[in-house]
Design a protein around this ligand. Structure first.
Ligand code: UD1
Ligand code: CA
Length: 462
């Protein structure tokens, strides 16, 4: 088969998924925070696929609107008459030549490496993914002759006692020449134990045509695992997480406990993590979206890092939420800090206990150590923001900017009512409500004068 031949993908997704007990069609259930079907589509998206056909049944509108970003030819299968019937309904949309990968919307983790190998293995018309397992019950068995040549696939319910002993099972994933699909599928019969049109019957049809069928195994067993209920979904999630964490260990990350870390997609389906050397990740950390983590970064227990960049030597202390933020080198964040979207922290910054930032640009060496809210702010270098400082960025209608220039010092418990500017080397006295610009190099404060009432006596019990 030459590489210029067109490759189509047929994804069967007509099953209802009754056992999920869900309002959502099964293929929209999520694994690593991404719909099962999106996993399959993203994998195909990394291959040279010319056409993607999805066979849908239940909840078609819901599935189509959830997958609106993909280029898909949708084909409805109104009645679930079997896997062979499901592929047959695509024939009007399937090119006459080239080949097709046949995949399942509820088998989310098959890899592009395995599918490429499967495609290469198809040198005579059909190749398939099989696996030898300890407990083959319920699955189709691969029947071979004495020389090991594939003869047929026999379903559990149609198998005789001898066939039931076969441990090589059918994954249901194949690469088939379109010409053969066009030739065989119209001739399928449902004369079998389940009265279904079996896709698996094309194997014996091809054998009758003297086609040598190739079977290969996936790299990981979980690649061919399907999801039918919540338990299987959770088991597959754990296997996938273990694989992602293993990949990061191979890349040099130290995990305190590899079983207590999760790596998930964000709403855009992104979930790529890039790491430097000697990163340490403590227990119960969650990564979401694309994250770039520098060298020698330490992430303490309970932190959630969403779609953010963390520079070299930075320490994220316990229980921080870092969301769409950029953190420079040698920074210290938390414990209990919340960096919200569009927070950009330069090198050597400190954002400490119970501090929230949003749309805040904080310059090199500046510190916001305790109990502050910094939103819609542009802060220069070496600024010190005292405990309990609030940028009052919202008047109930509009958001306004607070600008604080290099080396300014904001006394504790100050309210900076935006729009407002604090000059270079300016000092704001503790407890001030600042509504006007504070000039460079000067102390500005708003504060009631302290008084001592000499005549006052503490009340005593009568
Ligand atoms: C099928 C294979 C079996 C294999 C097993 C692996 C056949 C006849 N058997 O079993 O050899 O070991 O997969 O899991 O192919 N679907 C439709 N429309 C239909 C029927 C099924 O879209 O009319 C979809 C389902 O949504 C599901 C997939 O096809 O995603 C497989 O269907 P399922 O009933 O789970 O597989 P079996 O037929 O039991
Ligand atoms: Ca079935």
């Amino acid at each position: 088969m030459n590489a210029t031949e067109t490759l189509s993908v047929i994804i069967l997704a007509a099953g209802k998924g009754t056992r999920m007990k869900s309002n959502k069609p099964k293929v929209l259930q999520t694994l690593a925070n991404k719909p099962l079907l999106a996993h399959v589509l993203d994998t195909c998206g990394t291959m040279a696929v010319n056409k993607t056909i999805v066979v849908y049944g239940f909840g078609g509108e819901q599935v189509q609107s959830a997958m609106a970003n993909y280029d898909i030819s949708w084909v409805e299968q109104t009645e679930q008459l079997g896997t062979g019937h499901a592929v047959k309904v695509t024939l009007d949309d399937l090119p006459e030549d080239g080949k097709s990968l046949i995949l399942y919307g509820d088998v989310p983790l098959v890899s592009s490496e395995t599918l490429s190998k499967l495609e290469e293995a198809n040198d005579q018309g059909i190749s398939m993914l099989t696996l030898t397992v300890d407990n083959p019950f319920g699955l189709g068995r691969i029947k071979r002759d004495a020389e090991g040549k594939v003869l047929a696939i026999v379903e559990q319910k149609d198998a005789d006692e001898e066939e039931k002993l076969i441990k090589e099972i059918n994954s249901g994933i194949y690469c088939v020449d379109n010409a053969l699909l066009h030739k065989y599928l119209p001739n399928l019969s449902n004369d079998n134990a389940q009265q279904e049109y079996y896709l698996t019957d094309i194997v014996k049809m091809a054998v009758a045509d003297d086609i040598d069928i190739k079977a290969i195994e996936p790299k990981y067993d979980f690649e061919i695992e399907g999801v039918n209920d919540r338990q299987q979904l959770a088991i597959l999630e754990r296997k996938w997480q273990a694989k992602l964490v293993n990949d990061l260990q191979v890349a040099g990350v130290q995990f305190a406990d590899p079983s207590r870390v999760d790596i998930r997609a964000n709403a855009n389906g992104d979930s790529e993590i890039t790491v430097g050397q000697d990163v340490f990740v403590d227990a119960n950390v969650i990564f979401e979206g694309n994250c770039v983590i520098g060298n020698n970064v330490q992430i303490d227990a309970g932190s959630v890092i969403k779609h953010s960049q963390i520079g070299d030597n930075t320490h994220i202390k316990v229980n921080c939420l870092i969301d769409n933020a950029v953190v420079g080198r040698n920074a210290a964040i938390g414990p209990f800090a919340h960096l919200r979207p569009e927070t950009v922290l330069a090198d050597d910054t400190k954002v400490g206990n119970f501090v929230e930032t949003k749309k805040a640009n904080i310059g090199k060496g500046s510190k916001v150590n305790h109990l502050s809210y910094i939103g819609d702010a542009k802060i220069g270098k070496e600024v010190n923001i005292g405990a309990g400082t609030i940028t009052c960025n919202y008047d109930g209608v509009n958001k306004s900017l607070t600008q604080i220039d290099d080396n300014a010092f904001i006394g504790s418990n100050s309210s900076l009512v935006a729009p407002v500017k604090i000059g270079k080397m300016a000092t704001v006295g503790a407890g001030s409500v600042i509504t006007k610009a504070c000039p460079d190099n000067k102390l500005s404060l708003t504060r009631a004068k302290q008084a001592t009432i000499n005549s006052w006596k503490r009340p005593v019990k009568k």
